[in-house]
Write a protein that binds this ligand. Structure first.
Ligand code: IPM
Ligand code: MN
Length: 369
């Protein structure tokens, strides 16, 4: 059986990025054999080391090449010798913007109760998805200084919310909510919701009580579009309350949609309740273009090169990538293998405490696919 073959750009990047990406590639290697498709990896040398060596951050020619690939697999961006912001803006955010990856998708799923820092919460309580807008908000870089360096200096950083940008993000979130559990009702629904034929819930996370321009637009767009999705229950939570409920009642969430900055913040908290950055993965999605998948952990300089970092987040990101490429069965097999190995072999999800090295965890999961 000659399956399809995909061309995937690999940006190992900084710190532990290349180490965890290697394990993800190992696991996908096992998946390609089992499910009969191919992957051609195309390596890109980007990140702090290249910047220090050559002064180059992200050449335009590289963006043009990446655009033509089926997906991008990214390790981590951020180098201790480079001022914060240069590489993050110059590589990660630039790719998100130029490739119009307007969704940042972050599944939050607890695999094993012991990995959760919350009292009395287990896998049955933590299983939701955050849909973060990924091209607008405070992240556009709009703003500036006036009288910089003087006692009366002014710094302005503006939040950009376009109707088109908000609508396309909401549409993605509603579509995902509708199909996420294959139409099977989400168990957090109340009897009156079921009576009203709801099968799933989408929570808009905002700050309508203070951001009375930005979230006024979000809220109006949410309800206008939501009217076209009768099976989706519409819910709203302020961002501060969302943080509180992640800790107190994470079972209240099915799918959450939010702006770029709030999404950035709440997904770090969400990562902690699912067992930490060792397992948390994300996708920067352009449904019509080239998407980019990454572990959430960052470059973790202090663990670099020690074979101690947890590669599971990168492996989960690789699983998401397969799913987006249309290899849903292979994507599910990767996730199943992760769950199996976590339960059978991994002591703790924290770096250096897994009971195995980075490479060994990759071997175990690859063998379980
Ligand atoms: C993330 C990261 C990035 C962000 C940084 C590295 C720019 O924190 O992907 O969540 O803020 O989006
Ligand atoms: Mn973040």
């Amino acid at each position: 059986m000659a399956g399809k073959s995909y061309r995937i750009g690999v940006i190992g990047g900084d710190g532990t990025g290349p180490e965890v990406i290697r394990e993800g590639q190992k696991v996908l290697g096992a998946a390609t054999k089992k499910f009969g498709f191919g992957i051609e990896w195309v390596d890109y040398d980007l990140g702090g080391e290249r910047y220090k060596r050559t002064g180059e951050i992200l050449p335009d020619s590289v963006i043009a090449e990446l655009r033509k690939l089926d997906a991008i697999y990214l390790g981590a961006i951020g180098h201790p010798d480079v001022k914060p912001g240069i590489l993050e803006k110059g590589i990660l955010l630039r790719l998100r913007f130029e490739l119009e990856q307007y969704i940042n998708l972050r599944p939050v799923k607890l695999y094993r109760a012991v990995d959760c820092p919350l009292k009395d919460k287990g896998p049955e309580h933590i299983d939701f998805v955050v849909v973060r807008e990924n091209n607008e908000g405070i992240y556009t870089g709009s703003g500036g200084f006036v009288f910089k360096g003087t006692p009366h200096e002014v710094a302005i950083q503006e939040s950009v919310n376009t109707r088109r940008g908000v609508d396309r993000c909401l549409r993605y979130a509603f579509e995902l909510t509708k199909i996420r559990r294959n139409g099977k009702p989400w168990k957090g629904l109340k009897p009156e919701d079921i009576k009203a034929r709801k099968t799933a819930q989408l929570t808009l996370c905002g700050k309508t009580n203070v951001l009375t321009f930005a979230f006024d637009l979000w809220e109006r767009a949410f309800h206008q579009l939501g009217a076209k999705y009768p099976s989706v229950k519409r819910d709203y939570a302020h961002v501060d309350a969302t943080c509180m409920w992640f800790v107190k009642n994470p079972e209240w969430f099915d799918v959450i949609v939010t702006d770029n900055m709030f999404g950035d913040i709440i997904t770090d908290l969400a990562a902690m309740i699912q067992g930490g950055l060792g397992v948390a993965a994300g996708g920067n999605i352009n449904p019509e273009g080239t998407s980019m998948f990454e572990p959430m952990g960052g470059s973790a300089p202090k663990y670099t090169g020690k074979n101690v970092i947890n590669p599971i987040a990168a492996i989960n990101a690789a699983g998401m990538m397969l799913d987006f490429l249309g290899e849903a069965k292979a994507g599910a097999a990767v996730e199943d293998a992760v769950v199996k190995i976590i339960n059978a072999k991994i002591k703790s999800l924290a770096a250096g405490k897994m009971g195995h090295g980075t490479r060994e965890v990759g071997d175990l999961i690859a063998a379980a696919v």
